[in-house]
Design a protein around this ligand. Structure first.
Ligand code: TXA
Ligand code: MG
Length: 334
């Protein structure tokens, strides 16, 4: 994946907007972030307003490197250093006990703060030139699909005066395509809060200890699951065989108009009329990189419902299953 060369003029403009308390959407290696000065209360309030995000939802503070951890976190365990050495800069977020620099606006009133040193050259250039820390949730309206291109951000939040944010930097498509892995190190045992590109196994190898999975410890029922990363159109995830069977029946005029993301062999055998058919990538890396682009396309296809073939299982697919489960939560199956 080719990342466009860093545009020095764009970085300069972004830095000026951020110093003035404005909001800038910019690429990270995972998804596009909506950045604001994490130490500026006015900017933080504008960030929550632009996203329509409830105030008790904490944001990730993006820093330039491990040296900045001490400014934001206290009683930092050795595990943080080990994980940062192994995976920073990169798609890993560490939840640690906060210092007073992390305001309630940043932490959602919790006693912990989430920190990440991203690797994307555009984000790093902005962080370096800005000289402070940037709060950056994914640059989508609250609850919607995360953006992996500048166009996704333009279509959703948009630039002022008609849109909600001050500047959108176009640094190409995000090379990973799914949000960072989040590990909570603020308690006794490292706990995986959100699966991402860095796998639990890799964390365990770097730490030499077990990493608990918050998702499997907590009861998981659809009603309790936070609806997140969701398309506007109802979405169902079906086993490949079941989907193949359903698509083998020709549609009639009363059938709902559907849009499908499924392996090529399922689409080739399809007799139903589908409004949009997208062939799913076979490798987990490609599937992850394109997942949100595909969800955005399915969602704007005009279909009555979206159907996604359940991807294979295995650790490298955990993050995909997690995001699809959230996209499906609350949806009325069709
Ligand atoms: O890859 C990413 O992490 C992207 C890019 C832009 O860096 N950011 C991102 O931010 O996904 P956001 O705001 O969409 O998701 C942040 C997640 C939320 O699920 C939030 O609950 C969790 O991080 N989080 C933030 N602070 C936390 C804390 N103190 N304790 C537990 N979870 C926290
Ligand atoms: Mg998000």
């Amino acid at each position: 994946m080719q990342i466009p060369l860093v545009d020095a003029v764009a970085i300069q403009r972004a830095t000026a907007v951020l110093h003035a308390g404005g909001l800038v959407a910019l690429p990270t290696e995972t998804v596009y972030g909506l950045a604001a000065d994490a130490s500026n209360e006015v900017a933080m309030r504008a960030l929550f307003a632009a996203k329509g995000r409830p105030a008790d939802h904490p944001v990730i503070v993006h820093i330039d490197g491990y040296d900045a951890v001490k400014d934001w976190a206290r009683d930092v365990p050795d595990a943080a250093k080990h994980l940062a050495r192994a995976f920073w800069p990169g798609p890993l977020t560490l939840v640690l006990k906060r210092t007073s620099r992390a305001s309630d606006l940043v932490t959602g009133g919790q006693e912990t703060v989430a920190l990440r040193a991203p690797s994307h050259p555009w984000m790093r250039a902005v962080l370096h030139q800005f000289g402070g820390a940037l709060a950056a949730p994914s640059a989508n309206s609250f609850g919607r699909i995360s953006p992996t291109t500048a166009q996704h951000v333009k279509d959703d939040l948009g630039e002022k005066p008609r849109g909600r944010i001050d500047l959108i930097l176009d640094g190409g498509a995000c090379p990973i395509g799914i949000e960072s892995t989040i590990v909570d190190l603020s308690g006794g045992t490292p706990t995986l809060l959100r699966p991402g590109a860095i796998l639990r196994e890799e964390l365990q190898r770097a730490l030499g200890t077990e990493v608990f999975d918050a998702a499997t410890q907590a009861p998981r029922t659809p009603g309790r699951l936070e609806k997140h990363y969701a398309p506007r159109t109802p979405l169902s995830v079906l086993a490949v065989d079941q989907l193949a069977m359903e698509l083998s029946v020709a549609s009639d005029t009363r059938s709902p108009r559907i849009a499908v993301l499924a392996p090529m062999h399922v689409l080739q055998a399809c007799r139903a009329t589908v409004i949009l058919a997208i062939a799913a990538a076979e490798s987990s890396d490609d599937y992850i990189r394109l997942l949100y682009t595909h969800l955005h396309r399915l969602d704007s296809s005009g279909a009555d419902c979206l159907v996604v073939a359940r991807p294979p299982s295995g650790p490298e697919w955990d993050a995909v299953h997690d995001r699809l489960r959230r996209a499906e939560a609350g949806a009325v199956p069709c």
